[in-house]
Ligand binder design. Structure first.
Ligand code: GTB
Length: 210
């Protein structure tokens, strides 16, 4: 069994997709929680490759950049498609998820009060892209792309869950996305994790906005 550790603040943030992936795949990991006070001392920031968290340890390997960490897990645990074509489609989707995550994080950390209404108004356009993608893969009945679950599914479901907190009705016009998020979230090990205190008690974002 690998010896994985997440080094991060005590939030879901950019680590929840990797936690969901590991929980669903039956992989154990440790949490090295960094408090804001510890972070402000600067020692960990100096060590981090790009001066930011999360970090991720596998034995003597330490990684940074959340999407690289997701890809590392995907390569190690067969969550990256069966061939280069599938892997590239998975990358394409994950890049789309990252684009939306960046918009979401900008709202949360920089413009919540003034930007929330406009952000929610623009959501159908954003989510429509993913609804069409789902429709193009087995009529939306399986995964976001490819024939098996991939790291992009965990990343996307985590981001959808955050949006369902921000705007509870945001999926009502998207039947395939609504069914998809329920279907993935009800995979037994993932459902157990999503209903655990470890998940529920962790804030979504560092500033308490959601
Ligand atoms: N591209 C990088 C990735 O994907 O890993 C982006 C990483 C990133 O934005 N890291 C943020 C960070 O390290 C934390 S995620 N910020 C500290 C710094 O730059 O000095 C967002 C976040 C912000 C604040 C808290 N908090 O206060 O608890 C938690 C998470």
């Amino acid at each position: 069994m690998p010896e994985y550790s997440i080094i991060y603040f005590d939030v879901r943030g950019r680590c929840e997709a990797m936690r969901m992936l590991m929980a669903d795949q039956g992989i154990k990991w440790k949490e090295e929680v960094v408090t804001f006070d510890t972070w402000m001392k600067g020692e960990l920031k100096c060590k981090a490759v790009f001066g930011q968290l999360p970090g991720f340890k596998d034995g003597d390997l330490t990684l940074y950049q959340s999407n690289a960490i997701l890809r590392y897990l995907a390569r190690n645990h067969e969550l990256y498609g069966k061939n280069p074509r599938e892997a590239t489609l998975i990358d394409m989707v994950n890049d789309g998820v990252e684009d939306l995550r960046l918009k979401y994080l900008r709202l949360i950390y920089q413009n919540y009060e003034n930007g929330k209404d406009d952000y929610i108004k623009a959501l159908p356009t954003e989510l429509g892209h993913f609804e069409r993608l789902l429709a193009s893969n087995n009529e939306g009945k399986s995964f976001i792309t490819a024939g098996e679950i991939s790291f992009a599914d965990y990343n996307f479901v985590d981001l959808l869950n955050n949006h369902l907190v921000l705007a509870p009705d945001c999926l009502s016009a998207f039947p395939l996305l609504s069914a998809y998020v329920k279907r993935i979230s009800s995979r037994p090990k993932l459902e157990a994790y999503l209903s655990s205190d470890a998940h529920k008690n962790r804030k979504i974002n560092g500033n308490g906005k959601q």
